[in-house]
Each structure stands twice: as structure tokens, then as C-alpha cells.
Design a protein around this ligand. Structure first.
Ligand SMILES: [Mg+2]
Length: 287
């Protein structure tokens, strides 16, 4: 029981654009009990796979993104990066969008469903096998938006924390097959460990794009898709985003992801070695 906490955290960190590489593999865990049919991720995964409400939310996000893009293209003073990543001299640069991939553009819920079916916690080998299947589907609204941006002369940069060494080609193939605009040399695809900007957090890759582009919009499903330093506790994360309250829905578009992310790591951080499900129950508010 003590071993699955690091594994669960690693899973959230890997897929949610944070700073850690998965470490030790866990034994079958309390969060994934195939024998009892209980799994922490059941409702979230089912919602993302079957709810018209989820489709409505993502379509709405991309409709908002299109409006924000139009506004930014009409006003070269608009910039979507934190001041530490781009602060001046950007007005005459060509426009770019920076977007996350997993659970922002593409849907990995079958991987979550397999975890629920098979039990056990996150396993990097199982994740790599899934991503190399190249079967992730597009999230509703994502392809049309990316193609619209490209038609308007905006370069779409895909900044994902999928692993450059083991997932680069599969990720490029998957995105391209779905119709996302990729340069012939994949130069607008930046995975974790890209030699051009090898930092684990995404800020370095955002700054790389900002060297010769005005970044007009960020899209993601996790705070790390917008800001570095998101690995704090729940209160620290609230403080981190406070200065950017007006950016959501305009410069920054957040897609819903109740299934995993650094939000989950932040909750578990408070519980030490306590089992994850018990930790989550204790984190609930009752009034
Ligand atoms: Mg993501």
C-alpha cells in the first residue's frame, strides 16, 4: 500500500505536464481494484467517454478559443504568455498558438478505461504501449479549431509532456492522421526532452516559441500548460493562478479533465503515505 502513492503521483505528473518522470512500478493498488469493481477513475472516465455534457464543454471551449484568436489577431498588443516568458518586442512577430495535446486535443480515455478494467496503478510501459498504438481520438472541436488557426496564418505549436525519446514519432503520426496541422519536419511539435528545449516543465519550450512568435493563445487541461511551478499544494496553486483570473476564457483556454492531473497530486501531497482513496475522502468539504 505504501508503494502506490509515488506511482499515482508519477502518473499524474507524466500526463499532466509536470516535472517528474515515473519511478518505481507499483503493486496492484487500492485505487484500482478489479476484484471489487471500484476504481477512483470510473466516473470521470465514463463522463469523458459518454457524456454529451463533456462534448458540449469542449465544443464551447474551442468556440471561445476561436473568438479569442480572432480578437488577438486584430490587436497586436495581446500576448498570452506570463511576463517572465514574453514581455516586450512581440508586436510585430508572427502569431502562434501553444497547445497541450493529451486531454486537450486528443482523447486517451481508452487508456484510463483499461486501467479500470485491468486494475493496478499507472505503468509507464502500458502508457507507452497505448501511445504507440496511435489510437487517440480527437477531442470534439479540436481539429476544426487548429485547422482554422492554420488557415488564418497562425502556427500551432504542440507542447506536450509525452516523452521525446519514446513517443515522438507515434505522437506525430497520431496528430497528423487526425488532421492537426503539423509541419513536414514536425518542427512545431515539442515533446518533453526535445533537444531544442529539454526542460521538464513547459516554460522553456514556451520561451523557445516566443523567441520568434507572438504567442496569442494557450490551451491545455492542466495548470502546467500555462504556468511553471504548479506542483504545490492546493492553496499554493490557487495563489499561483490568482493574478491571471481575467485570462481564463480569453488568452488561456482550459479544457475539462476530471480524470487526472496535477490537481490530483496536489490533493495527495497533503496525505503522506495514506492510501489515495482515503486521502481524497478526507479532502472533501461537507459544508
Ligand atoms: Mg494534457
Amino acid at each position: 500500500m505504501t508503494a502506490f502513492r509515488p506511482a499515482l503521483l508519477s502518473f499524474a505528473l507524466l500526463l499532466s505536464a509536470c516535472a517528474s518522470t515515473p519511478t518505481a512500478l507499483p503493486p496492484p493498488a487500492m485505487t484500482a481494484t478489479a476484484a471489487t469493481g471500484v476504481h477512483d477513475n470510473l466516473n470521470a472516465t465514463l463522463w469523458m467517454q459518454s457524456a454529451a455534457e463533456y462534448q458540449a464543454a469542449t465544443l464551447g471551449s474551442y468556440a471561445q478559443a476561436r473568438q479569442s484568436l480572432d480578437a488577438a489577431l486584430a490587436d497586436t498588443a495581446i500576448n498570452a504568455l506570463p511576463v517572465s516568458e514574453q514581455s516586450q518586442g512581440f508586436e510585430s512577430l508572427p502569431p502562434a498558438i501553444i497547445t497541450d495535446a493529451d486531454e486537450t486535443l486528443i482523447d486517451n480515455s481508452p487508456f484510463q478505461a483499461r486501467r479500470i478494467r485491468d486494475g493496478g496503478d499507472f505503468d509507464p510501459a502500458t502508457w507507452a504501449a497505448w501511445s504507440n498504438e496511435r489510437k487517440a481520438r480527437a477531442i470534439p472541436g479540436a481539429v476544426a479549431f487548429a485547422q482554422y488557426a492554420a488557415r488564418r496564418g497562425v502556427t500551432v505549436y504542440y507542447v506536450t509532456n509525452r516523452d521525446h525519446a519514446s513517443e515522438y514519432q507515434a505522437t506525430a503520426d497520431n496528430l497528423r492522421a487526425l488532421g492537426f496541422p503539423l509541419a513536414e519536419d514536425n518542427s512545431n511539435l515539442l515533446l518533453r526532452g526535445d533537444p531544442r528545449a529539454p526542460g521538464k516543465e513547459k516554460g522553456e519550450r514556451r520561451r523557445l516559441v516566443a523567441k520568434d512568435h507572438r504567442v496569442v493563445l494557450l490551451l491545455g487541461d492542466n495548470l502546467g500548460d500555462f504556468l511553471d511551478g504548479v506542483g504545490g499544494d492546493v492553496a499554493a496553486r490557487e495563489n499561483l493562478i490568482a493574478p491571471y483570473a481575467d485570462w481564463w476564457g480569453s488568452r488561456w483556454i482550459m479544457l475539462p479533465n476530471p480524470s487526472y492531473g496535477s490537481w490530483e497530486s496536489a490533493v495527495l501531497k497533503a496525505c503522506g503515505e495514506q492510501p489515495a482513496t482515503a486521502c481524497k475522502r478526507e479532502a472533501l468539504r461537507y459544508d
